[in-house]
Design a protein around this ligand. Sequence first.
Ligand code: SPV
Ligand code: MG
Length: 548
Amino acid sequence: MLESASTPPRRTRQLRSLLESAALEFLLEAHNGLSARIVEEAGFKGIWASGLAISAQLGVRDNNEASWTQVVDVAEFMADVTTIPILLDGDTGYGNFNNMRRLVRKLEQRGVAGVCIEDKLFPKTNSFIAGDRQPLAEINEFCGKIAAGKDIQSDDDFCIVARVEALIAGWDMAEALRRAEAYRLAGADAILIHSKLSRPDQILEFAQEWANRLPLVIVPTKYYSTPTEVFRRAGISAVIWANPLIRAAASAMQSVAAQIQREQSIAEVEDRIASMEEIFRLQGAEELEAAEERYFGARQNETRAIVLAASRGDGFASLTDDRPKVMLPIAGKPLLRHLVDKLKKRGIDDITVVAGYKAEAIDVGGIRVLINQQHSTTGELSSLRCARQHFTEDFVLIYGDVLFRSYILRDLLESEAPITVVIDSSQTQLTSDAGDFAWCSEADDRSSWGQAVRLKKISSGMGNSGAAPHGRWIGIVRVCGPGRDWFESALSGLRERADFDRLSVPDLINQLIADDKPVQVWYVHGHWLDVNSVRDLERAGNFAAGSH
Ligand code: SPV
Ligand code: MG
């Protein structure tokens, strides 16, 4: 297979380099897809697909109780979610030379870079269980297995590591060396010399006698207190940390399970276990979301919503001590729930809420919550920027504190203009306690539905001594097609301003007008309200009670 400069080397090549490099390298055990991914993320160059750990996570013994195809299936899950090479612990090769051939073929097909086989008899027993009562394979028979594997592999870089169990089974160093040499001549790519002593003496003696005839691999499960530098000086090629992750998983699960059982609650363990988000990340949820955007044509055209909900709300005194304004109850449910229900009713399911003050109190299902960490010192446009990766070619931007009759949203979704703002033509009196008044190209001609009117300006009205406004913006903007780019560039432009942190959505809309972009007006006449004070809560309750 050809490799270009930009693609990483095939995994078989990576494993070969790892074994043959002059440096001491490390493989860490993994036992399923999740742990394999964790090994790669931790920076390891290779994965040991441990027979002990894979059988343990299946809940069976390391005695070939799991069938070889079950083991290979697990290895395939591991290969699917990683890019580094996997060396499978192939036990004894699961049979004779013929079984070994089939194993190698299947491993190559499934993206496993190499296999390690040990010179014991099927069904094997873990080397640390009654090792000295474990019979060894006959040398010639084992050499035949190695040769058969090498002959069948289609990728020259696929590695077969021959594991010498002589020292485990109570034989002497001469036997270990005799076997290693025979396996080398049979075609093995590396020798794994195993020892169950708590000191590295046997390993170091073997390494010295072996004198690098082939790369040497070790598994310091028992002599783990040996400084790694000792292995490096002895010329070892690779160290396999054979089982720390399955043991870490077991002790973490035991401790968490016991605590939950004791406390009949998960509240205390919640903060010391991986978050749901972390699990989603490890599963690659983000990639699927991106792929859906690319391939799920229908979803691309879906209208989405961005809701600004970062403020505490100044007018509510202690009512907002423990929650943001949008979580105040209105007619039995939080204000934000009303809004989300309205959006969902109109088929808008992708809802991004930008929270800030007491964000943790936002407890509404079916939304994505982003947090403006600087909410206490910044304004609406800063919050909006937090959601900029969710600007699509069709989205609605809404203040989190508005309630409105559903038809307003339904009609707005009919608009195909790049930018549309909803203006209430029933409010044409400038008042000091309300802002966001709108001046338009024409007043609302209530006899013609859907007239083409352009917005000229939104302002609080202060300093507008001239004409009366044509209405009040209700806090809803729809952005479509090219409107998205206009919207983004107006936002980027304003970001350059020194006072960006104080700017609000009307400043952005005015910037669009200043950029010569048409901002379409959609007139409504009442049928909405925003919640800014304790007095508004009662009005909102009545309004919501009347909305079905
Ligand atoms: C394994 O990890 O399954 C091994 C290494 O074979 S050991 O358990 O140390 O023998
Ligand atoms: Mg094993």
